[in-house]
Design a protein around this ligand. Structure first.
Ligand SMILES: Cc1cc2nc3c(=O)[nH]c(=O)nc-3n(C[C@H](O)[C@H](O)[C@H](O)COP(=O)(O)O)c2cc1C
Length: 209
C-alpha cells in the first residue's frame, strides 16, 4: 500500500499540500497540476473544457491540453480550422478553461483570450511535433459539425493522408490567461483563491468559497 506523507497528497508525479496556508501554495499547485497534465494523458487536467462566446451564446467542449507555459501564462490547444469554435473565436477572442479532478479535490478556472494560428510558423512547429495519429483527424473530408447522411463516409479509412489537406486544416489556439481561480474542497474548510495579472502585476486574494 502506498503511504501518503503527513502533509502531502501524492498522485503519480503530483505532490500537493494537504493544507493551503499561503496564497502562493494555491498558485504553485495549480501550475504544477497543469505542467504535469500537459505531459501525462492519464491526468484529468489533460482534457480540460474550453468555453467560447460568440456574442450571444457560450459553447463548451473538451480539449487536449498540448502545452502549458507558466512563465507566459499560455495554454496551447490544437483544433480544425473549419470547426464551429473558430467562427466564435474570430468574433470574440475571450475564453475560459476549466478542469476538476475529484481525486485531488481541486477545481481550476482560467479566464483569458485566444490567439489563432493558421498556416504560420507556430502551426508548422506544432504540426511537426504532433504524432501521426493526432494529425490524422485533420484529413476528414469536411468541416467538423456539418450534417451528414452517412458517418461511414467520414471514417479514417476514407482519408487521403498523402494530401497536404491535414496541415491546411490544422489550427493552433494559444490561450493566454489573465486570471486563475483555485478551489480546494476540504471538509474542515474549502480554500478558494483568485490570481490576477490584468494590471501586468500578479495580484492574489483569498475568496469566500
Ligand atoms: C477526450 C476528448 C478530447 C478532445 N480533444 C480535442 C482537441 O484537442 N481539439 C479539438 O478541436 N477537439 C477535441 N475534442 C472534441 C471537442 O470536444 C469538440 O467536440 C469538437 O472540437 C467540436 O467543437 P466545436 O463544434 O465547438 O468546434 C475532444 C473531445 C474529447 C471527448
Amino acid at each position: 500500500m502506498i503511504q501518503k506523507k503527513p502533509n502531502e497528497k501524492s498522485t503519480g508525479l503530483l505532490s500537493l499540500p494537504e493544507e493551503y496556508i499561503e496564497l502562493d501554495q494555491t498558485l504553485d499547485s495549480a501550475f504544477h497540476i497543469l505542467e504535469i497534465a500537459s505531459k501525462d494523458r492519464h491526468t484529468l487536467f489533460h482534457t480540460p473544457t474550453l468555453s467560447t462566446f460568440d456574442g450571444k451564446r457560450v459553447s463548451t467542449r473538451t480539449m487536449v491540453l498540448r502545452e502549458f507555459d507558466p512563465e507566459k501564462r499560455l495554454i496551447r490547444f490544437h483544433t480544425d480550422f473549419r470547426s464551429i469554435k473558430l467562427e466564435q473565436i474570430k468574433k470574440d477572442s475571450h475564453a475560459s478553461v476549466h478542469g476538476y479532478d475529484p481525486s485531488l479535490k481541486i477545481q481550476i478556472r482560467f479566464d483569458g483570450k485566444i490567439n489563432l494560428h493558421h498556416k504560420d510558423e507556430v502551426t508548422k512547429g506544432s504540426w511537426a511535433l504532433s504524432q501521426e495519429m493526432s494529425k490524422e483527424c485533420y484529413f476528414v473530408g469536411g468541416p467538423p459539425g456539418t450534417k451528414i447522411e452517412d458517418p461511414f463516409k467520414y471514417d479514417p479509412s476514407t482519408f487521403n493522408l498523402e494530401s497536404n489537406d491535414g496541415f491546411q486544416n490544422f489550427c493552433v489556439l494559444v490561450f493566454q490567461f489573465e486570471s486563475m481561480e483555485f478551489l480546494y474542497l476540504k471538509k474542515s474548510g474549502h480554500r478558494r483563491a483568485i490570481h490576477n495579472w490584468t494590471t501586468g502585476k500578479h495580484q492574489a486574494s483569498w475568496l469566500i468559497p
